[in-house]
Write a protein that binds this ligand. Structure first.
Ligand SMILES: *Cc1c(COP(=O)(O)O)cnc(C)c1O
Length: 386
């Protein structure tokens, strides 16, 4: 048989590679501590699981769901946007539930990208933006996120010819992997750019609720004119420790929502209904779990930031997201540094290069690791002589 070239060209998924390395060390008897993966270690809150358990027993939820999701779910999502961001969304036309936001992020390229088309993609960035583009036959054009520019893309630096040809602009704030945040003014500049060149903005915002020191990240949809130019992806994964249940959403421009809905209804049969019921409970139920989780992450952030600084690494403690983006010592690559930490301390971090060429020179550490493991990992790193 002959596989398609697009499969051959897929990059090895970064985390698959890391998992393989960890497994190898563990077989050698090393007690590996992983700061590599952004997946909340705390369980899904009890009241949300109760809703799932109850819904699982209802035969109405045993059959095919509708692709577009339960009306009650779309309404709950719309109410959530209203409460959280004061943004009014029509639950029928401006909201689409997803089987985890990654699913929609991957599929949206099929709505815009034809062979040879360009997507503007942040570098470093969540790998799915570029991979979705490539699978659809397009080409990512990387927008470097640099420390000097607060890890925001410099839209004025995009060459005129590229901007004119680009179909989509990917943004992600609070940012993975850099931990950077964007204010409403940045989103407004991005909207103006997108309108000037007739580009769709695709904003990925799964960390809007994971924030510290009282900071509240904005939504793209709060920016003037955002709804005319794009959509925002959101997810219950990080907000409610629900990565295992797979549910997210897209919200905003009706043309984009409709296009994504049409693609998806031809490919999938929606989100298991018991999980939709569970999501309604999460969105409409008590929200104090968010504060509680953020206090835990904030404490871990402070502990880890202090340790990395003591090691001589340059970092900026993040105001949101689950990550610390640390500058590796001069003269070392991100892979060399990560390999050293694994070999000498049994600690796994993600090399920045895995997120794009501008990620070189950095490693990412995640805060989703139980306190006692974090403490042990920190002790081991602090005792290293760099
Ligand atoms: C975790 C993450 C997602 C994926 O979330 P799911 O809804 O679980 O698919 C999307 N984008 C970024 C940047 C993430 O870090």
């Amino acid at each position: 048989m002959r596989l398609a070239q697009r499969v051959e060209e897929l990059p090895a998924y970064l985390f698959a590679e890391i998992s393989r390395k960890i497994a190898e060390k563990r077989t050698q008897g090393v007690d590996v501590i992983s700061f590599a993966i952004g997946d909340p270690d705390l369980p899904t809150p009890e009241h949300i699981i109760d809703a799932l358990a109850e819904a699982a027993r209802d035969p109405a939820n045993h059959r095919y769901p509708e692709s577009e999701g339960l009306p009650e779910l779309r309404e709950a999502m719309s109410r959530w946007y209203k409460r959280r961001f004061s943004v009014e969304l029509d639950p029928q036309r401006e909201i689409l539930p997803l089987i985890g936001s990654k699913e929609g992020i991957g599929h949206i390229a099929l709505c815009f990208i034809e062979p040879g088309d360009v997507a503007l993609v942040p570098d470093p960035g969540y790998p799915v933006y570029a991979v979705g583009t490539v699978l659809a036959g397009g080409e990512p054009y990387y927008l470097p996120l640099t420390e000097e520019n607060e890890f925001l893309p410099d839209l004025d630096a995009v060459p005129e010819q590229i901007a004119r040809g680009a179909k989509t602009l990917w943004l992600n704030y609070p940012n993975n992997p850099t931990g950077a945040v964007a204010d409403l003014e940045f989103f407004e500049r991005a909207v103006a750019f997108a309108r000037r060149y007739d580009i769709a903005i695709l904003h990925d915002g799964p960390y809007s609720e994971v924030a510290f020191d009282g900071y509240r990240p904005p939504s793209l949809l709060q920016a003037d004119g955002a709804r005319e130019t794009g959509i925002e992806f959101h997810s219950l994964s990080k907000t409610y420790n629900m990565t295992g249940w797979r549910i997210g959403l897209a919200a905003g421009n009706t043309t984009v929502i409709d296009a994504l809905m049409r693609v998806k209804s031809n490919l999938d049969s929606g989100i298991p209904q018991a999980i939709q019921r569970m999501a309604i409970a999460a969105l409409e139920g008590p929200q104090d779990c968010i504060e509680e989780h953020n206090r835990i992450y904030q404490r871990r952030r402070d502990r880890l930031a202090a340790a990395l600084t003591k090691m001589g690494l340059r970092i900026r403690p993040p105001r949101a997201s689950l990550y610390i983006w640390a500058r590796v010592p001069e003269g070392t690559t991100s892979v060399q540094f990560a390999t050293r930490l694994l070999d000498e301390a049994g600690v796994v971090v993600t090399p920045g290069i895995g997120y794009g060429p501008s990620g070189e020179g950095y490693v990412r550490l995640s805060l989703t690791i139980p306190d006692e493991r974090l403490e042990e990992g920190v002790r081991r790193m602090e005792s290293l002589r760099l």
